[in-house]
Ligand binder design. Structure first.
Ligand SMILES: Cc1ncc(COP(=O)(O)O)c(C=O)c1O
Length: 425
């Protein structure tokens, strides 16, 4: 889970362990896009924090659904509708077990982490945050865990409070505890920062907040691809993640909520499927989780998400974490040795992403030259502008890793950066 921890275990042990369990070359052959050439060079895809590539299993599952099972769910007595419904509901159970929720009724399908957070601000937030109340987030949040809370706070004349981070990119946990006040109505925090790769101590954060009866939403968009998630162990009240960041399709994600909270929340959107009866005088809402799933959902997306979860489970999330840990350690070592590079985000606990800047060269120019070499990285503020402000920079280059990346690809990245220096340095 942490680059430093991985290094201290010794590269030999990790190599033996992960090569035994994890045949990365075989895995790569399951991802058709990885054999693409970009500008005449083999693709090196290091933009996994933005979205991951899809294995055959996911592409095939969605194709199969449209070719053989397509029908609307929950409402039909005909066989296709039953097959579609069974497939859709089986994924709810798979998602439940993926994050170790107590019940599948605590799994709400949404468009992605962004919609999951907006669902909570619109429902729990509107019902529980009032004038003079406070919402507590951290300085490393993605815009999708800032702006929905700002909209809520503006509407309710509440205050958004922000826990600062240190120079390594870690939350100041004592300050966090101090900011938990009598008016704090909810805490919302990233499990892993997309811009810095920091893993936050969410279990400790939840414990501190719960000791004051404050619920916690965990934005797991960047954690779910990289580590086992156990919402019961974390004891968080809400957990959000996106399918497309765990090798599934876009447009589908999960909001987990504790049943007792979801039960008491007003619905998010009104429409078909979220009701049990409607008259012009009174509507009775459906039971969980359907109360929060109005209208025809993204059925094919759910099927694809199910295939992605099965795929990840077939490799084993621990084996994936181990492999990626090794990659992150290797990349951290290699890039630290490149003259003129400064890593941004050096937390003791990190996964997934490595951000850096290079003396006198704008990240956008680095990204453009790397692209010519067939290397896809992300440059910019990564939808986390306050993080850039904290470090006094406009942007970084971010290399983010997935289960199919290799050390040879990191070597290509380093060579590409040397080329950037030759051209622009
Ligand atoms: C930490 C974090 N939270 C939330 C999101 C939003 O995810 P989505 O765009 O899939 O809704 C992202 C996307 O990059 C993210 O990195």
């Amino acid at each position: 889970m942490s680059a430093n921890v991985a290094m201290s275990r010794g590269p030999d042990v990790i190599h033996r362990d992960s090569s035994r369990m994890f045949d990365v070359e075989k895995i790569r052959r399951s991802f058709p896009i990885l054999s693409e050439e970009i500008h005449g060079r083999p693709l090196v895809y290091l933009d996994n924090a933005a979205t991951t590539q899809k294995p055959d299993a996911v592409i095939e599952a969605m194709n199969h659904y449209y070719r053989h099972d397509n029908a609307n769910i929950h409402r039909g007595v005909h066989l296709l509708s039953q097959r579609a419904t069974d497939g859709y509901e089986a994924v709810r159970v798979a998602a439940q077990s993926f994050i170790h929720a107590r019940s599948s009724s605590e799994i709400v399908f949404v468009r992605g982490a962004t919609e999951a957070i907006n669902l909570v601000t619109h429902t729990y937030g509107r019902a529980n945050v009032g004038p003079g109340d406070e919402v507590l987030i951290t300085a490393m949040e993605h815009h999708s865990n800032i702006v929905p809370w700002q909209i809520l706070c503006d509407e309710k004349r509440a205050t958004l409070r922000v826990v600062p981070i240190n120079d390594r990119g870690e939350v100041l946990i004592e300050t966090f505890e101090r900011l938990l006040g009598p008016r704090t109505r909810i805490v919302s925090v990233a499990h892993v920062s997309n811009a810095l790769g920091t893993v936050n101590p969410v279990k400790q954060i939840v414990r501190m907040a719960h000791s004051r009866n404050i619920p916690v939403l965990v934005d797991g968009a960047q954690a779910a691809p990289h580590m086992p998630i156990n919402v019961q162990d974390l004891d968080c009240d809400f957990y959000a993640f996106s399918g497309h960041k765990i090798y599934g399709p876009t447009g589908i994600g999960v909001l987990y909520g504790k049943a007792e909270l979801l039960e008491n929340m007003p619905p998010y959107q009104g429409g078909g499927d979220m009701i049990s009866s409607v008259t012009f005088e009174k509507t009775i809402y459906n039971k969980l989780p359907y109360k929060f799933e109005a209208g025809t959902p993204n059925i094919a997306g759910v099927i694809g998400l199910g295939a992605a979860i099965s795929y990840v489970n077939s490799l084993g999330i621990d084996a994936i974490a181990n492999h990626e840990d090794e990659l992150l350690s290797y990349a951290t070592n290699q890039l630290s040795q490149v003259r003129g590079i400064t890593l941004v985000g050096t937390a003791r606990e990190k996964v997934g992403a490595l951000s850096f800047v290079m003396e006198e060269i704008h990240p956008h120019d680095i990204g453009t030259i790397l692209d010519q070499e067939g290397i896809a990285v992300r440059t910019g503020h990564h939808c986390a502008q306050p993080v850039m402000d904290r470090f006094g920079i406009p942007a970084t280059v971010r290399a983010s890793f997935g289960l199919y990346n290799t050390k040879a690809e990191i070597d290509r990245l380093v060579e590409g950066i040397e080329k950037v220096r030759e051209i622009l340095g």
